[in-house]
Ligand binder design. Structure first.
Ligand code: DAK
Length: 258
């Protein structure tokens, strides 16, 4: 299958999926979200793949968020639909993949990019990476599971602070928060992730599948399919703050919220 915005490489039972929009810091547009979902589904079906690594092309970003230029004109209805389908078609597919998925964070992991990394089973970041959920600076809230998965990884207090300040944290802080499993030197990132994948694939694929399923089931109850996040997220799209936040980004200025 041909992909417009992804590079895929399978070697020694490890499939690496690289989001390839480096000029836009690998921002996620709808086409890319669909392609990642297709690539994961194909990898899950492919007997040659035992572990998946997701990363960003170029040396600056893993994923700098959802593509602001694409979603700035959305209404609350569009936002609701895209958030609901995006969660189902990609983020839940990643989280529930029977084959382990490692997020290889090689730079900025912001907004939807950090949300994607948080849906993965393991996160490894290079020491120059920066992570955050800056949605409130654009007049919206995280819409791909950020308000749900971040507190599970770092605790409610840290998640609240990260989300309402929208601040970026560096890899060292992310490690101390438990947001990432490992921080490694940039030049060793690929080797480290491949070694980690190699360790995992020595184990029983069947047992790994059930371990993921069983572990994930701890967090399903009361999660209500993320519907409150989707609803609150979509409501933001009717606001003047959303128009001001996204316009300010495009015009490369600070937003002036009323
Ligand atoms: N979207 C679109 N373009 C982006 C982008 C993004 N998220 N991030 C960067 N770019 C583009 C920049 O516009 C710039 O393009 P040109 O001006 O060269 O055409 C190019 O990438 C390089 O970026 P910079 O020139 O800004 O690079 P710097 O090194 O100066 O700064 C930065 C790097 C990462 C600090 C900065 O680019 C930045 O602040 N980027 C935006 C970060 C951000 O706010 N991300 C979005 C978070 S909100 C949805 C579901 C979920 C979401 C939305 C909708 N639906 C279901 C509807 C999620 C929302 C988010 O992710």
């Amino acid at each position: 299958m041909e992909f417009e915005n992804l590079l895929i490489n399978t070697k020694n039972n490890i499939t690496t999926i690289s989001i390839n929009r480096p000029k836009n810091l690998n921002a996620l547009n709808i086409k890319t979200l669909e392609e990642i979902a297709n690539a994961i589904n194909l990898s899950v079906e492919n007997d040659k793949t035992k572990c998946i690594i997701i990363t960003g092309a170029g040396d600056k970003a893993f994923i700098a968020g959802a593509d602001i230029k694409e979603f700035m004109d959305y209404s609350s209805n569009n936002a609701y639909t895209f958030s609901e389908t995006g969660n189902k078609l990609l983020f839940e597919v990643i989280e529930n993949s029977p084959k382990p998925i490692i997020a290889m964070i090689n730079g900025y992991a912001l907004g939807g990019g950090l949300e994607l990394a948080m849906a993965c089973h393991i996160r490894v970041a290079s020491d120059d990476s920066r992570m955050g959920l800056p949605e409130v600076s654009l007049g919206i809230i995280p819409g791909y599971g950020g308000t749900k998965r971040l507190p599970l990884l770092v605790g409610k207090g840290r998640a609240m602070e990260m989300i309402i300040t929208g601040r970026m944290i560096n890899a060292e802080e992310a490690k101390s928060f438990g947001l990432i499993n490992y921080m490694v030197k940039k030049e060793t990132l690929i080797d480290f992730c491949n070694e980690l994948a190699n360790k995992i694939i020595l184990n029983s694929p069947n047992a790994i599948k059930y371990a993921i399923k069983s572990l994930n089931s701890n967090y399903k109850e009361g999660f209500d399919n993320f519907s409150d996040e989707i609803l609150n997220f979509s409501k933001c799209f009717d606001s003047d703050d959303f128009k001001e936040g996204t316009s300010a980004f495009i015009e490369k200025r600070k937003p002036r919220f009323k």
